[in-house]
Design a protein around this ligand. Sequence first.
Ligand SMILES: Nc1ncnc2c1ncn2[C@@H]1O[C@H](COP(=O)(O)OS(=O)(=O)O)[C@@H](OP(=O)(O)O)[C@H]1O
Ligand SMILES: Nc1ncnc2c1ncn2[C@@H]1O[C@H](COP(=O)(O)OP(=O)(O)O)[C@@H](O)[C@H]1O
Length: 229
Amino acid sequence: MSDIKSTQITWHSGTVTREERAKLLKQTGATLWFTGLSGSGKSTIAVALEQVLIQRGHPAYVLDGDNIRFGLNAGPKILMDTRKYSETSAKRFGLAFSAEDREENIRRIGEVSKLFADSGLICLTSFISPYRKDRDAARAIHEQNKSGAIPFIEIFVDTPIGTCEQRDPKGLYKQAREAVAAGKGMGFTGVDDPYEAPLKPELTIDNSKLTIEESVAAILNFLQDRKLI
Ligand SMILES: Nc1ncnc2c1ncn2[C@@H]1O[C@H](COP(=O)(O)OS(=O)(=O)O)[C@@H](OP(=O)(O)O)[C@H]1O
Ligand SMILES: Nc1ncnc2c1ncn2[C@@H]1O[C@H](COP(=O)(O)OP(=O)(O)O)[C@@H](O)[C@H]1O
């Protein structure tokens, strides 16, 4: 709380309890936090799982790294081109891929996913979230929620970098290798930027071995075991 800059603000509690929301939606909210390398399959699994959850009557919503960076966490160029923000505010609010920007990216998503989950939804977040401390901070945001702890399920999409690089759907690994070979570097996760694998994730999925359907089924089983659906 020491980072809060605004003064004269007071927390205003609502009167609707989480139990009332759970009764209405027939589920307690939760955040399913997917983490893994670019191309590991985070978005594919999250989107497929969201579809199954909705079909089964469970309100669910995906927050995807790439998509969120077009809006809430837009980088300077997007802000300047499309929103006519001043260069100063773009620099201040836009996020790129430095360790600090990734930290802020994940902090914001930690907060937003907590709000979604607190409202009763199953929120699926699909972000590389390469730093352990940033994921732990997102977990803490959920566990220290003012209206009661919210389940935070860390799902490690543990696909070997060789598989991710072979898939390379956006050509970014190729670009990163070329940048490194040219002596410039790109700060691309797994190539010339770190990825810190989770130490104790609630679930690990190696989707170089599992089909998308099998990965989805494994997560659904876990959610049923935990009585989250
Ligand atoms: N330097 C660098 N490193 C990693 N990824 C990069 C980079 N530049 C662009 N991209 C693209 O941005 C997507 C990752 O965004 P995230 O918001 O998930 O990243 S992070 O959690 O803040 O690290 C990632 O998408 P996914 O492939 O879906 O993971 C990439 O498409
Ligand atoms: N189990 C799987 N088997 C084969 N290919 C997969 C599997 N899961 C995902 N893919 C493919 O891998 C690529 C990267 O997946 P994506 O979900 O975009 O990864 P991420 O969100 O982690 O960057 C996509 O082209 C997707 O179709």
